[in-house]
Design a protein around this ligand. Structure first.
Ligand SMILES: Nc1ncnc2c1ncn2[C@@H]1O[C@H](COP(=O)(O)OP(=O)(O)OP(=O)(O)O)[C@@H](O)[C@H]1O
Ligand SMILES: [Mg+2]
Ligand SMILES: [Zn+2]
Length: 577
């Protein structure tokens, strides 16, 4: 491609609204332009990268035995109503009406469409297993679209949905996709970490996210540097709790203490001169109109996702003071487990507490010297705490660390959620109607492109892995005289005939600008046709922005480039069988 004829508009300055490297560089390197908030156009070079990523995904998905399909973007409301999600999807789903006032949504995800299609086309166990995928535009009216194409409102997703007769079949699909995802990310040059994820309130039995570590990540990954245990914060567990709150081992009788207006844990710490761990914290929730009181050790936070999942609740909010008084017969701010009414849950951390201070149920009163098992019983103890930096690893006990991450892909065992709600059955070998078990598997294609740039750039520009570079080879010509231009043009033709995908910078600009632009666009193998070339035909080959450099004779250039190119591909192709 001759740069002089191409649409590759580079910019010297960073765009003002771009906070992260990939967003800045995608604009500056002429790959994308913004049309509206969270909505982007891809220019020719950007589109080439996107297509290369799609091709890698398609190759690996096909290799895994999945079949590509294409589902409608405009999805009918009746499917969403059937599954029960029309009212659950909220404002993120873009809804519209046709001229007959029928409701539609622009698909934010396609479980409903695919389940409907599989219901129309499969009848017995002989038709399964199946894994179907598509790569298509999704719409999500995100609350906060940001970071360029990382979180946009219109984006391309590879979404796959598997259908199996039994758990073993589902597990086979799931493991297959897990391996396929690792290969896809390796081939695009990304280091991802599989992170155990929350399985959600509505069914599902296993879930993993493929994350990259990044300072701009919006998810918190809990990681053990010793045994490599990794989970997202919603799902993370910790080793059991050390004993706390014991006062010299003796167990004096419980006592009422006057605590005027002392409610919060920090106020209590001040008042009693003890540590957070010595207090029992209570939080009262309204979960789908049920009032639930949760007790947890004072220094810990409640993980509301764990709570929501445990209760299988759709909606979880703090209870109102009036609801608390009515349901618990206690005063908000002074809630304790002694003589409490209603549904009470204890986090595991409470089991390890010996001698605690807790609310006495009445205004301005606390109890001290409360002994677990003596003064109150723990009827229901569950894992409800948020795991944080410094907590002991559930596997090896080493202190855990927190790291921010970005989710690129997600694999999930859905089970019968959609086949059940949408009434899809097939006949098993005995002629009995059964609901197939589903899995779903998503990758954000544009987000993956941005993630590659996040992991492969420096101050001067992008450093594309060869597998997804807009061009594999860049040629910078410094020809001025007519015969020099002719020689450069003919060398460019030679490269094209050898089958290379070349960006030929033939623009009449200064060497400084041309070098800067080639660096910004980040072509992995770049050739310089300068003084040496015009004197004796030798060509400078710069690999990965000059990490290694070679000076070769024209006649050896093609063979050398071929060798460098295939080594680059080799280093990315770490297929795990
Ligand atoms: N707004 C978006 N812009 C670009 N890609 C997205 C967006 N939302 C999701 N994706 C991509 O689609 C993949 C599958 O979608 P999924 O529904 O699992 O995402 P999600 O859990 O909503 O992601 P997030 O937590 O980042 O919102 C994600 O792993 C991500 O790569
Ligand atoms: Mg989301
Ligand atoms: Zn560990």
């Amino acid at each position: 491609m001759r740069w002089s004829e191409y649409l590759l508009p580079t910019l010297k300055e960073d765009p003002a609204d771009a906070q992260i490297a990939s967003h800045r560089l995608m604009i500056r390197a002429g790959l994308i332009r913004k049309e509206a908030t969270g909505i982007y156009s891809y220019l020719p070079a950007g589109f080439k990268v996107l297509r290369k990523i799609e091709n890698i995904i398609q190759e690996e998905m096909d290799r895994s035995g999945a079949y590509r399909v294409m589902l409608p973007i405009l999805t009918s409301a009746h499917l969403w109503q059937k599954s029960g999600r029309w009212n659950v999807m909220g404002k993120e789903m873009v809804r519209l009406k046709d001229r007959h006032e029928n409701d539609y949504a622009l698909g934010p995800t396609h479980e409903e469409s695919i389940t409907n299609m599989v219901g129309q086309t499969t009848f017995s166990y002989r038709d399964l297993p199946l894994n179907l995928y598509q790569m298509h535009t999704k719409f999500r009216d995100e609350i906060r679209p940001r970071f360029g194409v990382m979180r946009s409102r219109e984006f391309i997703m590879k979404d796959a949905y598997s259908f199996a007769m039994d758990e073993a079949g589902l597990d086979k699909h799931y493991q297959q996709m897990r391996k396929t995802y690792r290969n896809i990310f390796l081939r695009v040059g990304l280091e991802t970490i599989p992170v155990q994820a929350d399985v959600g309130a509505m069914g599902g039995s296993a879930s993993e996210e493929f994350m990259i570590l990044s300072s701009i990540g919006e998810e918190i990954i809990i990681h053990c540097p010793s045994c490599q245990y990794t989970a997202n914060q919603e799902e993370a567990r910790r080793r059991s709790f050390e004993k706390s709150g014991g006062i010299n081992g003796d167990r004096p009788a419980r006592e009422i203490v006057d605590t005027p207006s002392v409610k919060s844990i920090s106020e209590l710490v001040q008042f009693f001169g003890l540590t957070e761990k010595d207090f029992l914290k209570s939080v009262v929730y309204n979960a789908d109109q049920r009032i639930i009181t949760v007790f947890i050790r004072g220094d810990l936070e409640i993980n509301e996702i764990k709570l929501k999942n445990y209760l299988k609740a759709l909606d979880l909010v703090m209870a109102q003071d009036a609801e608390i008084r009515e349901e618990l017969d206690q005063e908000p701010g002074f809630i304790g487990p002694i003589q409490i009414k209603g549904h009470v849950l204890f986090d595991h951390s409470v089991l390890s507490m010996e001698n605690v201070i807790c609310g006495a149920g009445h205004k301005d009163r606390h109890y001290k010297n409360v002994v677990v098992g003596r003064d109150f019983e723990i009827a229901e103890s569950i894992d409800l705490h948020k795991v944080q930096e410094g907590h002991p690893c559930p596997v090896c006990g080493h202190a855990l660390i927190e790291k921010p991450g970005i989710e690129l892909g997600h694999i999930f065992k859905l089970g019968k959620k959609y086949t059940r709600s949408m009434g899809v059955t097939v006949l098993d070998e005995k002629g009995k109607e059964v609901q197939p078990l589903m899995g779903c598997y998503g990758i954000g294609v544009n987000r993956t492109m941005a993630a590659v740039i996040e992991q492969h750039h420096d101050d001067n520009g992008i450093l594309w892995p060869i597998s997804v570079a807009p061009f594999e080879i860049g040629v910078t010509s410094f020809a001025k005289k007519a015969d020099e231009i002719t020689r450069c043009d003919s060398f460019y033709e030679t490269l094209l005939s050898a089958g290379f995908d070349v960006l030929y910078d033939d623009r009449p600009l200064s060497p400084g600008i041309k070098f800067k632009d080639m660096d910004l666009v980040g072509i992995p193998i770049s050739l310089v046709l300068g003084k040496n070339f015009f004197q004796d035909g030798s060509i400078e080959i710069r690999v990965n922005r000059g990490q290694s450099k070679y000076l070769v004779a024209s006649k050896d250039a093609i063979a050398t480039i071929q060798k460098i190119r295939s080594e680059m591909f080799q280093s990315l192709r770490k297929i795990i069988e």
